[in-house]
Design a protein around this ligand. Structure first.
Ligand SMILES: *Cc1c(COP(=O)(O)O)cnc(C)c1O
Length: 445
């Protein structure tokens, strides 16, 4: 476990004086194009706590956006990384290979859904994994069209901006975007015309009909979907939607790509969110939670698809860095040995109970949704479905003042999402939920 006391403690307003000094330098030195969820400069972190340069200890309900699921500076990650940096830091896997990369590929091939023969390629970022999944799918199928979904998020590179749904802030002024990307309606139960039951009944047929009529099934290289949408606001499609899409893909020679960059690695209470309905994707993209905070990403998939690419068609200078691979092996061992999937489920029960109690009390909450340690609340104007982003700013501010970091999401910027590290002590989790409850209770509406 971490040596950092697992106690929330606020000793200065946030940002404190030392943070303020450094944040001045940040404004001078760093592009204004970068956001900042909380104005605290971090000095150390571990378990469920972030400690800033002023000595404030804040409960971390974001895990660096679902990255440090095993905790910050997790012991196995630290030990592996130390050993690796002392041995060698880089060769480039395409120049001279090393064991760590192969072991990460083996772990991914073993852990991802399906018992078929799989192979992997390692990259640096989620967006790069998506780029590669699309390259592989297009090359294998000799088709071009890529199907994505409303509210989807796949990254910030040119191709992945085209695949991402939300304009502001991800795409605004950054076009032109890559062609042959087609966006389908998402099965979003809360906002489906006619409501959740209609969504359950209609969404799959509607999307399939649209693909057939507007693109033509035989032109589609890949259907790319997050099993639970992350940045979109933790939108969980109704049961049957993902299996139905996967079946349609298989029947039509389309590559079904599950983007599990946010949902993967025990976050939802299973190793991957696709496991929930037994969906076996042809390709799966992973990143965020894979390596305990070091930059690493992967595409894993059917061996015949992954092997269809010409030699040297895939790769990159840093992809599958030995240091990141060592970290990943430490993170994966932590997830398996400490059964963090079970832990995510337990946390999910606590979170879900607390959030539903809030929903019963506060009419600004339209819906509580998610799975395991990936849950969200969507805020509306009471009695309507009109998004309420103003509520969010007040809640985030209240939580920050009390020493709880929470993240937002959603196409309408009206969703609070909880992504705590899976090693957070239960009392901290309950304390953070209690403060979130107070924050919502303090709203004017
Ligand atoms: C974060 C995210 C990405 C992009 O990952 P980066 O590492 O930021 O490039 C892609 N897909 C999903 C589902 C994500 O949550």
């Amino acid at each position: 476990m971490t040596s950092i006391p697992q106690i929330r403690k606020i000793v200065t307003p946030i940002p404190g004086p030392k943070s303020q000094e450094i944040l001045k330098r940040r404004s001078e030195a760093v592009s204004a194009g970068l956001g900042m969820a909380i104005p605290m400069v971090v000095e150390k972190a571990g378990g469920g706590i972030l400690v800033d340069v002023d000595g404030n200890s804040v409960i971390d309900m974001g895990a660096g956006i679902a990255v440090v699921s095993v905790g910050n500076s997790a012991p196995r990650v630290v030990a592996n990384v130390k050993q690796q940096v002392e041995s060698f830091t880089h060769t480039c896997f395409m120049v001279a290979p090393y064991l760590g990369y192969i072991e990460v590929a083996e772990a991914l091939n073993r852990l991802t859904p399906g018992t078929h023969k799989k192979k992997s390629v390692l990259l640096n970022t989620g967006a790069e994994a998506l780029e590669n999944a699309v390259k592989i799918a297009r090359s294998y199928t000799k088709r071009q069209a890529i199907v994505v979904f409303e509210h989807g998020y796949h990254g910030r590179t040119n191709l992945t901006m085209a695949m991402t749904a939300k304009n502001m802030p991800y795409k605004e002024s950054f076009g032109p975007f890559a062609p042959e990307v087609y966006r389908m309606p998402m099965a979003y139960p809360l906002r489906w015309p006619g409501g959740a039951d209609a969504c359950q009944e209609e969404a799959l047929d509607f999307v399939i009909h649209k693909m057939e009529k507007e693109i033509g099934a035989k032109n589609i290289a890949a259907i790319v979907i997050e099993p639970i949408q992350g940045e979109g606001g933790f939108i969980v499609p109704p049961r049957g939607f993902l299996p139905g899409l996967s079946k349609f893909a298989t029947e039509n020679g389309i590559i079904f790509v599950a983007d599990e960059v946010q949902t993967g690695f025990a976050r939802t209470g299973q190793m991957f969110a696709c496991n929930d309905e037994g969906v076996v994707p042809d390709l799966i993209t992973t990143a965020k939670g894979i390596a305990g905070g070091l930059p690493l990403a992967a595409v894993t998939g059917r061996a015949e698809i992954m092997d269809s690419i010409h030699a040297s068609g895939l790769g990159g200078t840093f992809g599958g860095s030995p240091v990141a691979c060592a970290a990943a092996l430490g993170a994966i061992a932590t997830i398996e040995e400490e059964d963090l999937s079970a832990r995510a489920l337990e946390m999910g029960v606590i979170i879900s109970k607390a959030l539903h109690a809030m929903k019963d009390k506060y009419p600004v909450i339209a819906e509580v949704r998610g799975r395991g340690a990936m849950q969200a609340i969507e805020f509306v104007m009471p009695g309507t479905l009109e998004p309420n982003p103003a509520a969010l700013s007040a809640i985030v501010k209240y939580c920050q003042e009390q020493g709880v970091l929470i993240l937002t999401a959603g196409t309408y910027s009206n969703v609070i999402r909880l992504l705590p590290p899976l090693v957070m002590p239960e009392n901290l989790l309950r304390e953070a939920l209690e403060i979130l409850d107070q924050a919502i209770g303090s709203l004017a509406v």
